[in-house]
Design a protein around this ligand. Sequence first.
Ligand SMILES: *Cc1c(COP(=O)(O)O)cnc(C)c1O
Length: 440
Amino acid sequence: MSLPQVRELRTEIPGPLSTSLQQRRSAAVAAGVSSVLPVYITEASGGVLRDVDGNSLIDLGSGIAVTSVGNAAPEVVEAVREQVAEFTHTCFMVTPHENYVAVCEELAELTPGEHAKRTALFNSGAEAVENAVKIARRATGRPAVVAFDHAYHGRTNLTMALTAKSKPYKHGFGPFAPEVYRAPMSYPARDGRSGVDSAREAIERIEKQLGADTVAAVLIEPVQGEGGFIEPAPDFLPELASWCAENGVLLIADEIQTGFCRTGSWFACDHEGVVPDIITMAKGIAGGLPLAAVTGRAELMDAMPPSSLGGTYGGNPLACAAALGSIRAMREQDLSAAARGIEEQVLPRLRALAESSDRILEARGRGAMLAVEFVRPGGDEPDPELAAAVAKSCHAQGVVVLTCGTYGNVIRLLPPLVIGGELLGEGIDVLERAIAEHAG
Ligand SMILES: *Cc1c(COP(=O)(O)O)cnc(C)c1O
């Protein structure tokens, strides 16, 4: 890694140069695009971000679960460097190139299930979800799509409709795409129910309100991301999956945040042996270059007529080279095992914090997708102000953490999977002190 893997603060955070860039920004950049921590980055490597003021910060966010192989990972940098000098773009729909095919071959092998698969490549997660729904509707000839409470699927018109949370994602941006229906999610920390009971409730809702034969697809994040790192109770997903299979409803797993070793296996569905019909991927797929994918059963994918799928940039040569480099790094360094190691190092510490404070409803997570959910004293009422205060303290100390949750009351950790144990431990020390300071 080209930067020393240490935290080093030379100024306050954000420093004077970041602050002046922030002023320049507000006169040029749309206000609706905001930043969690406005330090302007000049260099990054492994688990460290360096800013314009010379500060080195510990990255526990990975640009929202993207740089799982580490920032500027050598395997990605080399692959992109070679590719950019050879050719930058052809448009796969005009004249194809080999690496697009190679990425699709990799995804057929890595995604859950042994069936024949086909893949189409896109640029962003939202675009992948849009296409998964588009394919499901055409393949089944049915209109309805079911999404869940607390779901997040993107910011385009259809994916806003699929996303549960109104502010800031949807409020005032309607009207939304039709034929999207919402079902209750299993949220063990809050509902205390078994996975089977929660799944039966969701299924009953779908059967009563829609009838199974109008439903093209059930779309679900196997562990919800923006909604609060909500891991459904065991058997929730398998129960839904078998109902889908019995009723000709396609199961679409949105693994955009959970995919590519993040939860300690290639995909979160692997943990319960769930095999989705269609899976959407993006974020961690290409080490930071924009790439997204939809992989599905061959007969569904191949039922789409020629030219009905695609886009100018989808499967861009640089992004495909980056994906091949980052998948190779995941394999060679066994980053699923690394994610499980991060869980072993961090989750017991978070659980100990939860034991000692009545302001933490739960510490939870799987692999390197870990979270702490804050509540007001003496109950389970969400406390977003506390989560924000803890995050702010971490930021001031040079540790990048993110919040999430329908109620904004969750601190989430998404460290790069290659982060060193010492650097990670130091980041968690800072988080622990911040929690003690605000919630002790
Ligand atoms: C981030 C995310 C998306 C949207 O991806 P973009 O690349 O931001 O469009 C969709 N689904 C899930 C689960 C995500 O985490």
